[in-house]
Design a protein around this ligand. Structure first.
Ligand code: ACO
Length: 321
C-alpha cells in the first residue's frame, strides 16, 4: 500500500506587504531585499485571523480538489510553529471546524520542515493501513512573532497555509520521505521563550524570532544539497529523473545554490518566494499548489520536495504525482 496526493489547496491572507511598504517602516530598500532574498512581497494575516483560520481555507480547497468531504478524512496533521494557542493543538481546532470529530489530530512542530515531517508521518500511517485519507497542512502566522523594527528579520517572513489530501493507493504516490534533525544548531535560529522558559517575556511580548542569518544560510545550502542527493541515491535516481524541484521558499539565493549543486536548471524549480516570502511550514505545500493549479505540475511527473528550518530540522519527499 502507498499514499498518493489526491488534492491540494492554499490560502494567503488578503493583506499584501510589499518591499516598498517596508521601506516606510525600517531602514531598508526594495533593491536590497530583492538582491539578498528574492522576496518582493508577502501576505500578512489580519489582526483577528489565526493560523487555524488559514488552515481551514486551505484545507477546504484541498478537499474540494480531491473531491472528498471532511467525513472522508480519517487523520489530520498540522505542521506549525505559530499555533493559535498552546493547547489544544491547531489540528484539534481544525478538526472541530471541519466537523469530523473523533479522528486523530496531530500538531507537529518542526519549524519550516513541519509540512515535510507531516507528509512523512501521514505516509507511514497510510502504508501500514492505519489510515486511508490524511489531511496534511503546513500553516503559519509568523508575522506575529517578528520584530517589525528589526530590518534583518522583518523583511523575510510572511503568513499563509498549504494543505494536501493524501490517500491510500496501489501505486506510489509518495515514493519515499526522508527526515532529519540536529539540535546542535538550536542557537542559530530560534524563538527565545515558551511556557517553561522565559514565560514572562513571552507574556509581555518582548521576545521575537532570532537568527544568525549568515550561518543559517551556509548550513542550509550544504544540508539541502545533501538531503536531495540522499533522496535520489536511495531511489537509484539522478537529477534527470526529476521533473520539478519544489524547495522551501526561504531565500532565492539558497534555492539557486541548491539547484546548482544538483545541476538542476532553474526552469525546473518552482519559485514562490518572490510573492510569499518565507512562510515556514506553509511554503512547500503552497508552492506545490501554485504549480499544480497553474498547470506546470502534471499527473505522472516526479517531484522532489525539500525543506530546512529551525532546530535544525530538514527533510524531503520524492513524489510521483
Ligand atoms: N535592508 C538593508 N540592509 C540590511 C538589511 C535590510 N533589510 N538587513 C541587513 N542589512 C545590512 C546589515 O546591517 C549589514 O550591514 P553592514 O555591512 O553595514 O553591517 C549588511 O546588510 C549585510 O548583512 P548580512 O546579514 O551579512 O547580509 P546577508 O547577505 O547575509 O543577507 C540574509 C542577510 C538575507 C538574512 C541572509 O543571511 C539569509 O538569507 N540567511 C538565511 C536566512 C534564512 O533563509 N532563514 C530562514 C531559513 S530557515 C527557515 O526558513 C526558518
Amino acid at each position: 500500500m502507498y499514499s498518493r496526493i489526491a488534492g491540494t489547496g492554499r490560502y494567503l491572507p488578503e493583506k499584501v506587504l510589499t518591499n516598498f511598504d517596508l521601506e516606510k517602516m525600517v531602514e531598508t530598500n526594495d533593491q536590497w531585499i530583492r538582491d539578498r532574498t528574492g522576496i518582493e512581497r508577502r501576505h500578512i494575516a489580519a489582526d483577528d485571523e489565526t493560523t487555524c483560520d488559514l488552515c481551514e481555507h486551505a484545507s477546504r480547497k484541498a478537499m474540494e480538489a480531491a473531491s472528498v468531504t471532511p467525513d472522508d478524512i480519517d487523520m489530520i496533521i498540522v505542521g506549525t510553529t505559530t499555533p493559535d494557542q498552546i493547547f489544544p493543538n491547531v489540528a484539534c481546532l481544525l478538526q472541530e471546524r471541519l466537523g469530523n470529530r473523533g479522528v486523530p489530530a496531530i500538531g507537529l512542530e518542526a519549524a519550516c520542515s513541519g509540512f515535510i515531517y507531516g507528509m512523512s508521518v501521514a505516509d507511514k500511517f497510510i502504508r501500514t493501513g492505519a489510515a486511508k485519507r490524511v489531511l496534511v497542512v503546513g500553516a503559519e502566522t509568523l508575522s506575529r512573532f517578528v520584530d517589525w523594527t528589526d530590518r534583518s528579520t522583518c523583511v523575510l517572513f510572511g503568513d499563509g497555509a498549504g494543505a494536501v489530501v493524501l490517500e491510500a493507493s496501489d501505486e506510489a504516490g509518495i515514493v519515499s520521505t526522508h527526515i532529519h534533525a540536529d539540535g546542535g544548531y538550536k542557537d542559530l535560529l530560534y524563538f527565545p521563550s515558551g511556557v517553561s522558559k522565559g514565560f514572562n517575556d513571552l507574556k509581555s511580548g518582548k521576545d521575537f524570532v532570532q537568527m544568525k542569518g549568515n550561518e543559517v544560510f551556509r548550513v542550509a545550502i550544504t544540508t539541502l544539497g545533501r538531503i536531495a542527493r540522499e533522496t535520489l541515491e536511495s531511489n537509484g535516481m539522478t537529477t534527470d529523473d526529476i521533473d520539478w524541484l519544489i524547495p522551501h521558499q526561504a531565500n532565492l539565493r539558497i534555492i539557486e545554490a541548491t539547484a546548482k549543486k544538483l545541476k538542476m536548471p532553474m526552469e525546473r524549480v518552482i519559485l514562490t518566494v518572490q510573492d510569499h516570502g518565507n512562510t515556514s511550514a506553509a511554503s512547500v505545500p503552497m508552492a506545490l499548489d501554485v504549480a499544480i493549479r497553474d498547470g506546470r505540475v502534471k499527473r505522472g511527473q516526479t517531484l522532489l520536495l525539500e525543506a530546512f528550518g529551525g532546530g535544525f530540522t530538514w527533510g524531503s519527499a520524492l513524489i510521483r504525482y
